[in-house]
Design a protein around this ligand. Structure first.
Ligand code: ATP
Ligand code: MG
Length: 260
C-alpha cells in the first residue's frame, strides 16, 4: 500500500512544486515506486517532470470528473523515474463541475484506491489555495508535507492551513496528519533565516524535518529543461538535499508511529 502525501501551502511560490517533483525523483532514485499527482491547473509539476501539458489526451481533470481511471490517464516521467497523473488548465473547470457531483471532496481518494498497490509513495502537488482541489488532495492523503521559507511572514497563514487540516481530519479523513514542515530555499548567510528556522524548531519540535533544502539555482533552472533538479544536476547541493529528504521520508514511513 502506498503512503500518500500532499505537498500543501496556500501561499504561492513557496516551493511546493519543486519539492513534489524532486522528492518524487529522489525517492525513485532510491528504488521507490512513485506516482506524482499534479493537482494544480498551472501544470508546473507536469512540465517539470518532462511531460507536455499541452499534449494531454487525459489528465487528472478526467479522473476527478469520472471520465478516466488513473491507469488510463497517467504518464511516465522517464527523466524522473516515476509516474505522473498530469494536469493542465482544464483542471480549473473541475472546481466548478465537482460542486454538482457526489462525494466531491473524495473523488481523488476513490480514484487512487485502484492503483495504491502499485506504488510505495503517492505525492500530490497542491495549488496555492484552500480550494476543492486541495480538499481532494487532503482527503486522499495520509499526511501533509508543508514547505516553508524561513522568512518573517513564514508563520502567517500556517494557522489557516493547520485549521483546514484539522477540519478535514475531523470530518472527512481521520487518517490525516501533518507529517512535517520542510525548510526550503534556505540561505544560511542570512541571520533572519537562521532565527526563523530556530523558531520553527522551538515551536514545532520533531514536526520540522531534519533536512533543509538550500536555495540553489540548479533547482530553479531544471524545469526549463523539463527535468527534475535531481536528474538535471544530481551533484548540485539542492538535488543532494532532496535525495537526503527522500531518505528521511523513507525512514519516517518505516517508523511504526508514523505509518498510518
Ligand atoms: P505555486 O504556489 O505557484 O504553485 P510553488 O509553491 O509550487 O508555487 P515553486 O514553483 O516550487 O513554488 O517555486 C517557486 C519558484 O522558486 C520557482 O521559480 C522555483 O524554481 C524556485 N525555487 C523553488 N525552490 C528553490 C530552491 N530551493 N532554490 C532556488 N529556487 C527555488
Ligand atoms: Mg506549484
Amino acid at each position: 500500500m502506498a503512503s500518500i502525501f500532499c505537498v500543501a501551502n496556500q501561499k504561492g511560490g513557496v516551493g511546493k512544486t519543486t519539492t513534489t517533483v524532486n522528492l518524487a525523483a529522489g525517492l525513485a532514485a532510491q528504488g521507490q515506486r512513485v506516482l506524482l499527482v499534479d493537482l494544480d491547473p498551472q501544470g508546473n509539476a507536469t512540465m517539470g517532470s518532462g511531460i507536455d501539458k499541452r499534449q494531454l489526451a487525459r489528465s487528472v481533470y478526467h479522473v476527478l470528473i469520472g471520465m478516466a481511471s488513473v491507469g488510463a490517464a497517467r504518464a511516465r516521467s522517464e527523466a524522473g523515474g516515476y509516474d505522473v497523473l498530469p494536469a493542465n488548465r482544464e483542471l480549473a473547470g473541475a472546481e466548478v463541475e465537482l460542486v454538482d457531483l457526489d462525494d466531491r471532496e473524495s473523488r481523488l481518494k476513490a480514484a487512487l484506491a485502484a492503483v495504491a498497490d502499485e506504488y510505495d509513495f503517492v505525492l500530490i502537488d497542491c495549488p496555492p489555495s484552500l480550494s476543492l482541489l486541495t480538499l481532494n488532495g487532503l482527503c486522499a492523503a495520509h499526511g501533509v508535507i508543508i514547505p516553508m521559507q524561513c522568512e518573517y511572514f513564514a508563520l502567517e497563514g500556517l494557522a489557516d492551513l493547520v485549521n483546514t487540516i484539522k477540519r478535514v481530519a475531523a470530518n472527512l479523513n481521520p487518517d490525516l496528519k501533518i507529517i512535517g514542515l520542510l525548510r526550503v530555499m534556505f540561505d544560511p548567510r542570512m541571520t533572519l533565516q537562521q532565527q526563523v528556522s530556530q523558531q520553527l524548531v522551538d515551536k514545532f519540535g520533531d514536526k520540522v524535518f531534519e533536512t533543509i533544502i538550500p536555495r540553489n539555482v540548479r533547482l530553479a533552472e531544471a524545469p526549463s529543461y523539463g527535468l527534475p533538479g535531481v536528474a538535471y544536476d544530481r551533484s548540485a547541493r539542492g538535488a543532494q538535499a532532496y535525495i537526503h529528504f527522500g531518505a528521511e521520508m523513507i525512514a519516517r514511513c518505516r517508523a511504526p508511529q508514523a505509518h498510518p
